[in-house]
Design a protein around this ligand. Structure first.
Ligand code: ATP
Ligand code: MG
Length: 377
């Protein structure tokens, strides 16, 4: 069983570790050390719901590209930047946070901090100056040094980035730097990113500066982020941004897409703190889960964890359809996924309804092995 942030050091005390389970009188069983969840305290099972994580091919692909940009910075004369874009709730931030967790900052023997990856959320910053300030703060620079003119802050920032050995800057929520009618704003931020990424201190001895001064940027956000690297609008930044990675929601039109969503549900099911498999990926239920969530990960997580909470609290051995029904009733606001989706239009845009049946509890007692629909099919 894998948990969110598996690469990070063990999270603080609330994981159901073998020690905790032993203390609660529970034994770890099975070849892979499966946890007998029905014997685990409710609070610990609820904590596990906050850690649900399914490993996806897109995440591995993005992490590989980020590794490549870090390697490239000292090999090639110019940095190679990345844009990662996708609708709200498809899992972009989670992918970036796990990359950060896998490449944490540390102190060198001389006491100086080394920070291979700098992650900044620029949700509340829309100008070069405010982005520079957020970055300086994230680099641990004292508050008094986070003020000044843009040029001054930018120079200070570059010195800090190089001094802390930053190999990659991830700027999340980067679409906030572009307003709907903001071509001028987009151009300003694009020019600023290009300069910060490429700027070198050139001397007679080092006419091309030092390779460490190349700092690649990963610009992450909704589709609007693409405007910043639009070749006709910002050719210079576009020309040093070869990587364009889209994170998509789960679609549900072709056989392959349907199978992919069902596999995802199966994998999520494996992570749930129940001894029984809820069989979320079974065809009829997967259809309904897609209707309810539009294939957006945030919506899937909200619905499934909501249903799981109800199932844990009422002592059920797994999630059943009535739990999904009730979870959806309580969370209509969040689950109007088809309306939230920026690109949903026309036939895809439809009224929200609760697709789950509410049969009388206890009538659906079919037990399913914890192996999922793949083997069951
Ligand atoms: N790999 C995953 N496995 C399970 N759940 C996930 C996964 N990735 C994301 N989620 C769920 O989706 C939620 C939203 O993910 P995230 O915040 O990364 O989306 P986002 O694309 O950054 O959205 P926004 O554009 O609104 O910032 C997470 O809080 C989590 O509940
Ligand atoms: Mg995000």
């Amino acid at each position: 069983m894998s948990f969110a942030h598996a690469e990070t050091p063990p999270p603080s005390g609330d994981m159901p570790t073998a020690k905790m389970l032993a203390a609660s009188g529970t034994q770890v069983v099975g070849d892979q050390g499966e946890i007998p969840w029905s014997g685990v305290e409710t609070d610990i099972r609820l904590v596990q719901l906050g850690r649900l994580f399914v490993s996806r091919a897109i995440e591995a692909r993005i992490h590989k590209v980020l590794d490549a940009t870090r390697r490239a910075r000292t090999i090639y004369p110019e940095p190679r930047n990345v844009v990662v874009h996708g609708e709200t709730g498809v899992g972009k931030t989670d992918i970036m946070k796990r990359y950060l967790a896998a490449n944490p900052e540390y102190r060198r023997e001389n006491g100086c901090i080394r920070r291979p990856v700098l992650y900044v959320d620029v949700r509340h910053s829309s100008t070069p100056k405010s982005v520079a300030r957020s970055m300086l703060r994230s680099l641990g620079v004292e508050e008094g040094y986070c003020f000044g003119a843009t040029a001054e802050l930018t120079q200070r920032l570059k010195v800090q980035l190089v001094g802390q050995n930053v190999e990659l800057v991830i700027m999340d929520e980067f679409h906030n730097t572009v307003t709907d009618n903001g071509a001028v704003k987009a151009n300003r931020i694009a020019a600023w990113v290009k300069d910060l990424s490429k700027a070198k201190i050139r001397t007679g001895l080092l006419p091309d500066g030092q390779p460490e001064e190349n700092i690649p940027f990963a610009m992450v956000g909704t589709e609007r982020v693409l405007r910043i690297v639009e070749p006709t609008e910002n050719p210079e930044l576009a020309s040093i941004t070869p990587y364009d990675l889209a994170v998509d929601r789960y679609r549900y039109r072709t056989k392959a897409e349907i199978a992919e969503f069902r596999d995802f549900l199966d994998d999520l099911d494996q992570e749930l703190p129940f001894d029984e498999f809820s069989d979320l990926g079974r065809a009829a239920l997967a259809d309904k889960l897609h209707i309810a969530t539009f294939g957006l990960l945030r919506q899937v997580a909200v619905l499934i964890t909501g249903a799981a909470e109800l199932a844990i609290l009422d002592g059920s051995d797994r999630i059943r359809e009535p739990h999904l029904h009730d979870a959806m009733e309580d969370r209509h606001g969040l689950l109007q996924a088809n309306l939230i989706s920026a690109e949903s239009q026309g036939s895809e845009r439809r009224a929200v309804f609760n697709p789950f049946e509410k049969p009388i509890l206890g009538t659906t007692s079919r037990r399913v092995r914890k192996s999922g629909h793949r083997e069951a099919a």
